[in-house]
Design a binder for this molecule. Structure first.
Ligand code: IMP
Ligand code: MG
Length: 194
């Protein structure tokens, strides 16, 4: 059943990405930079004194955010990545989370900060948090650049959130639509023009 659902989502995704659209700015690069600075102050006071912090980025959407975060953090950090997938190339979550690429290193006894781009239905972050918790980290915290609370289907909340946004499909600052627009320096919303 999920197989069929995923095939349908994939076809839907392929068709959708053919539609013409424009991107309207929602959060400027400047506003993001200011927020990253604030968030890092909070993260620093949580992890003050740590010498065992691993910042775990969820690929691929968090790669720009994590790059800005770790350069702003005045703490010794290691960086690792995990790839989980709940989206095809379309605009709808498949609700079935698969780990496509696991961490390279062990996290037992370590301080861990999970970095996510957007919390939408909540399936991805809640799955990743329970997976990482089962590995016995000393401390596990999470941060999401964006949160769409109105879309939540599973209860989960990142410890820190950059911006709460309405139910719009967004791109930029690492976040894609059908793999495009990750290189925008701001967050914009997709508006179809047909
Ligand atoms: P969730 O499992 O439904 O919470 O989905 C989280 C993942 O879906 C995020 O990590 C994003 O990769 C993707 N996603 C959710 N909303 C958007 C969006 O508006 N634009 C692009 N990707 C999104
Ligand atoms: Mg993602």
């Amino acid at each position: 059943m999920t197989e069929i659902r995923n095939v349908i989502l994939k076809i839907k995704g392929d068709l959708m990405s053919e539609r013409p659209y424009v991107i309207d700015e929602m959060i400027s690069a400047k506003a993001i930079a200011a927020r990253v600075e604030e968030l890092c102050k909070n993260i620093q006071s949580e992890f003050v004194g740590t010498d065992k912090l691993i910042v775990v980025g969820l690929l691929r959407g968090s790669f720009v955010f994590i790059a800005d975060l770790v350069r702003e953090l005045d703490l010794p950090v290691e960086v690792d990545f995990l790839e989980a997938s709940s989206y095809g190339d379309g605009m709808e979550s498949s609700r079935e989370v698969r780990i496509l690429k696991d961490l390279r290193g062990a996290i037992e006894g370590r301080d861990v900060l999970v970095v996510e781009d957007i919390v939408d239905t909540g399936y991805t972050l809640s799955h990743v948090i329970s997976l990482l918790k089962s590995r016995g980290p000393a401390r596990l915290m999470s941060i999401a650049l964006l949160d769409k609370p109105s879309r939540r289907e599973v209860w989960v909340k990142a410890d820190w959130t950059g911006f709460e946004i309405p139910d719009e499909f967004v791109v930029g600052y690492g976040i894609d639509y059908a793999q495009r627009n990750r290189n925008l320096d701001h967050i914009g919303k997709v508006r179809f023009t047909d």
